[in-house]
Design a protein around this ligand. Structure first.
Ligand SMILES: NC(=O)c1ccc[n+]([C@@H]2O[C@H](COP(=O)([O-])OP(=O)(O)OC[C@H]3O[C@@H](n4cnc5c(N)ncnc54)[C@H](OP(=O)(O)O)[C@@H]3O)[C@@H](O)[C@H]2O)c1
Length: 337
């Protein structure tokens, strides 16, 4: 009975009859609204294709001679440094370990066709004292620094509840993810302002722009700081021809993500950095890699906030359970030996 009613109600004759009954103004408004919505969808698809696949990157040497990259000995930072050198930028590489910096300096000099000057500075960015900062400022005072990439960062090695992470760990995380990018930005600004050009790229994370990231609250909070800091600084520096970006990856195959094999949603650092460098000088904050851009668009436009929160929460709880299960298995195996 019910099926018969529904079939009749939506038969072509009935639908046509209903349309004929409608007021002409209603039809005009409906067609206009539908047309407008379709146009918006088509334009945003075309814009996505242009931004991620066709828009040319800016000529980076116009911002200055040198690029500073922190956390340049591994992962995204190393790939970023290689990409900048390939585009003619001289480099100042910063990381904790001098021997790793020497190796990366050699690797970049040998692999890049352009002859670039590469300097290195070993700084532990979880401990940027006033003296360390003063000596860093002195070392760059006579350099035309056009780009600063605040990339070095720390994350928890597995999602967990706040009280399980030590105060020392949380202090280090906030120092390297929040304090270091802030003071390094302020160190390069006088030079950039006097030359009226420059770019600061801050490595945020998708975790900093999702509605909530339970069990990774400190990391997500530090990256949310980076997002608002970058947006505010970008506006603050408008009159000086200086741009400040927050570039937010989802997963990239590095030590931090613990993902080894590249996937559609987890590109290699090289692929990610190539995409990221092409976005310099455009929008303030962006997930520079195309599949991450699609993921963020889907999250923002298709998923209700409660569903995203629920999904991330249960995903992180399952990661946490797996971490402790593996730890217990390892302990049991050690006991046997
Ligand atoms: N990979 C991802 O999936 C992902 C996703 C979202 C956001 N991010 C962000 O991207 C940035 C880079 O991450 P990554 O995955 O490329 O990390 P990574 O592969 O672990 O590399 C980290 C780099 O930072 C340096 N570093 C670590 N601790 C340091 C310290 N205390 N002082 C100075 N340098 C230090 C390391 O060199 P040394 O050990 O020699 O010091 C290394 O060069 C981070 O800000 C991270 O939050 C990554």
């Amino acid at each position: 009975m019910m099926i018969e009613y529904v079939t009749n109600a939506f038969s072509p004759e009935m639908v046509l009859e209903r349309v004929n009954d409608l007021q002409p103004w209603f039809l005009v408004v409906s067609v206009a609204v539908t047309g407008y919505l379709c146009l918006r969808v088509i334009l945003s698809i075309l814009n996505f294709i242009y931004v991620y696949f066709m828009r040319p990157g800016k000529k980076l040497t116009r911002y200055g001679d040198y690029a500073i990259v922190t956390g340049a000995t591994d992962g995204i930072g190393k790939a970023y440094a290689l990409e900048l050198a390939a585009r003619g930028m001289n480099l100042i590489l910063v990381s904790r370990t001098q021997s790793k910096l020497d190796d990366v300096k050699k690797e970049i000099s040998e692999s890049v066709k352009n002859r670039v000057d590469i300097m290195t500075q070993a700084i532990d960015l979880t401990r940027v004292t006033d003296d360390v900062l003063a000596s860093f400022e002195k070392s760059i005072a006579d350099k035309d620094v056009g780009i600063l990439v605040n990339n070095a960062g720390m994350a928890l090695d597995h999602p967990d509840y706040l009280e399980t992470t030590s105060p020392a760990f949380n202090r280090d995380l906030i120092n390297i993810n929040v304090y270091a990018p802030t003071v390094l930005t302020s160190a390069v600004l006088p030079g950039m302002k006097s030359r009226k050009r420059g770019v600061i790229v801050n490595l945020g994370s998708a975790n900093g722009i999702l509605p909530a990231v339970p069990l990774l609250s400190t990391y997500a909070g530090s990256k949310a700081y980076i997002n608002q800091f970058s947006r505010s600084m970008d506006e603050e520096l408008k009159g000086y021809n200086i741009r400040v970006h927050d570039q937010c990856p989802f997963f990239v195959t590095t030590k931090i993500s613990k993902i080894r094999k590249p996937r559609l949603d987890a590109p290699t650092p090289k692929a990610w950095a190539r995409a990221a460098v092409k976005q310099i000088g455009y929008e303030t904050d962006r997930t520079p890699y195309w599949s991450h851009g699609l993921m963020l668009m889907a999250i923002h436009s298709l998923c209700p906030e409660w569903a995203v929160n629920e999904y991330v929460h249960s995903l992180h709880k399952s990661f946490r359970r797996r971490f402790y299960r593996k730890q217990a298995q390892r302990a049991a195996a050690d006991k046997k030996d």
